[in-house]
Design a protein around this ligand. Structure first.
Ligand SMILES: *Cc1c(COP(=O)(O)O)cnc(C)c1O
Length: 223
């Protein structure tokens, strides 16, 4: 017999150390699935498409204490709406986008929580900073006073062995320590958003503080 959502969640929670948050990635799942997870105690939900997320948020207005996490590539013409509708943006992936978010955050008088998306392994399929470019952009990122930059986010390329995955997660965590030591007042490096259904146990061992779980919580997505 297959487990239901609450049982799957209980299993995941047992595996996560204190202080590691599971973000329930509800993309491609309906509002009823979010409700079911909510009833099981989940408050953090991740969505990667703005329009899809807005439609669900509309249906779920009676659940005001949900914390919404944006985990897709933020298109610049949608940045304002994303800031209005999400408390967290895990996928700030360029200086230009960060500067735009900062300007809008000032206009909207909000201080969104932000992770900087970094590619510790080359991956032409993905957005994000390569490490040398991120290091070069730190002084300018530090000036963005309306962003609450909390840490780093990474998505690994496909096809790595478990050892390679663990090494890449550890490097992300070490990069955070390294940035922290540079003492930038506006760059906190306390959150590490890394690990998905396929690789989260390794990410947690390497020091993830947020894991983004879709299929392990909600089941397989319909094609
Ligand atoms: C879809 C997605 C996830 C969750 O993927 P699962 O394999 O379903 O756990 C996590 N992070 C990002 C950025 C995603 O787009």
């Amino acid at each position: 017999m297959s487990l239901d959502l609450a049982q799957r969640l209980a299993q995941i929670r047992q595996q996560l150390p204190d202080g590691v948050r599971a973000i329930a990635v509800s993309k491609q799942f309906p509002p009823e699935a979010i409700r079911e997870a909510y009833r099981a105690g989940v408050r953090d939900f991740g969505e990667s498409r703005l329009q899809e997320a807005l439609a669900k948020q509309e249906c779920l207005q009676d659940l005001p204490d949900i914390c919404w996490h944006f985990i897709g590539h933020p298109q610049s013409n949608k940045a304002r709406k994303i800031l209005e509708s999400f408390q967290w943006i895990h996928t700030c992936d360029s200086l230009k986008l960060a500067q735009r978010l900062d300007r809008i955050a000032e206009e909207e008088s909000c201080t969104p929580k932000i992770c900087l998306q970094v590619k510790v392994r080359p991956d032409p399929q993905k957005y994000g900073w390569r490490v040398p470019e991120l290091l070069a952009d730190l002084p300018q990122l530090n000036q963005l006073e309306h962003l609450n930059i909390q840490g780093l986010m990474t998505i690994l390329p496909l096809g790595l062995s478990e050892e390679e995955q663990f090494a890449a997660f550890e490097e992300t965590r070490k990069l955070g320590f390294e940035i922290d030591q540079q003492g930038y007042a506006n760059l906190k490096m306390q959150e590490f958003s890394m690990g998905m259904s396929g690789d989260y146990p390794l990410a947690v061992r390497a020091g993830a503080t947020m894991v983004r779980l879709g299929r392990t919580i909600f089941g397989e997505r319909n094609p």
